[in-house]
Design a protein around this ligand. Structure first.
Ligand code: PAD
Ligand code: ZN
Length: 357
């Protein structure tokens, strides 16, 4: 079975032949159809993170169930599924409180990928840059058969995170003024989440004009190129001098998190979606946090409950209420995965997708 392996940080992924375990109790095997290319994967290539190498990256996948182990009840062979990344034990402190995006399982998943007997780790317990994967049945969400799977792969991370940040995390009210800083694969979905929520103004901020044009197509009403314009000043000017009700940072950089915080009005909410470097620190004056009564919040995986949110998002797409096809600028073969990361870094694509079927 072919998969893209990260053997050493800051080196290209290697397309390698790996052995995949048969599904054990509570596990399923999925033939992957597609996997989106998310910046979070790139962070683990470029940065020193807690992820243990060697690892098969990829966490934005969809496919078809090919086999199930004993005691599997949620899905059967032939089912179309979107894969939800990260542990989803269903029993820990967070899972039972409806926050599976914070799942802290008692035991890690067993190793399922091997090269000559050596364990190869599965990124976030899913490892979707591969032809097939074996995951817990709790990591798969059955979806309707008539939804195109390649497009639905994006629901596994970028779409759910972006729309979820607006709907679940911040709970944006109709008529709000919303700023989205960083309109890449995830930020574009914050833009369309804001449209779905009925935001009045959706102010897209990026340093690349092509990204801003993508944002306009997803529903942004105003565009700010941060390379040429003062973001905070422009946002204030567009919001009657007050600042926005909500700002979403979707890059992962302390300077733009500060920009989000400065862009909101008194009593407004700034949401950090971007994943910052492990050692990055943020400086905010607590006295202003108090005086301006602002809220600064983090957003993991769009605060989503995948078993509820994935089918809903797929229905929204199938009813023409959200755009997914427009997110996919380019498709790549598995052997072109390093080129797909280059294209993302160069800002050439809204989202790249690896075709695996
Ligand atoms: P992307 O590379 O597609 O988009 C990033 C965008 O930011 C690009 O359009 C850049 O041009 C733009 N950008 C870069 N610097 C600036 C700047 N100074 N000002 C304005 N715009 C800028 O990445 P992505 O959308 O796949 O991911 C974005 C972040 O979200 C990244 O940190 C990723 O790790 C994180 C993420 N978080 C979660 C979560 O659960 N919170 C889920 C998925 C991704
Ligand atoms: Zn992601």
């Amino acid at each position: 079975m072919k998969a893209a392996v990260l053997y050493e940080r800051r080196t290209p992924l290697v397309i390698d032949d790996l052995d995949l375990a048969s599904p054990g109790a509570g596990e399923v095997e999925v033939r992957l159809v597609a996997s989106g290319v998310c910046h979070s994967d790139l962070h683990h290539i470029q940065r020193d993170t807690p992820t243990i190498l060697p690892v098969v990256l990829g966490h934005e996948g969809a496919g078809i169930v090919t086999a199930v182990g004993p005691n599997v009840t949620r899905v059967a062979p032939g089912d179309h599924v979107i894969i939800a990344f990260g542990p989803k034990c269903g029993e820990c402190y967070y899972c039972v409180r409806g926050m599976p995006y914070l799942c802290t399982p008692a035991r890690p998943a067993r190793p399922r990928l091997f090269k000559n007997g050596q364990v190869i780790n599965q990124f976030l317990e899913v490892a979707t840059y591969a032809e097939r994967t074996v995951v817990s049945e709790k990591n798969v969400v059955k979806i309707r058969d008539d939804a195109p799977l390649a497009v639905c792969s994006l629901v596994a991370c970028g779409v759910t995170t972006g729309i979820g940040a607006v709907i679940n995390t911040a709970r944006v009210e109709p008529g709000s003024n919303v700023v989205v800083i960083g309109t890449g694969g995830v930020g574009l979905n914050v833009v369309q989440g804001a449209r779905l929520a009925g935001a009045a103004r959706i102010i897209a901020v990026d340093v690349r004009d092509n990204k801003l044009e993508f944002a306009r197509a997803m529903g942004a009403t105003h565009l700010i190129n941060a390379a040429r314009e003062d973001v905070v000043e422009r946002v204030r000017a567009l919001t009657g001098g007050y600042g926005a009700d909500y700002a979403f940072e979707v890059i992962g950089n302390p300077a733009t998190i500060n920009q989000a915080y400065e862009s909101i009005r008194k009593g407004g909410t700034a949401v950090v979606v971007g994943v910052a470097d492990e050692n990055a620190e943020l400086t905010i004056k607590p006295v202003w946090l108090m005086r301006q009564a602002k809220t600064l919040m983090g957003c993991a995986y769009g605060s989503a409950r995948p078993q509820v949110d994935f089918p809903r998002i797929v229905d929204l797409y199938m009813e023409g209420r959200i755009k997914l096809d427009e997110l996919i600028t380019r498709r790549f073969g598995l052997d072109e995965i390093n080129e797909a990361f280059r294209a993302m870094e160069a800002g050439e694509v809204a989202r790249g997708v690896i075709d695996l079927a």
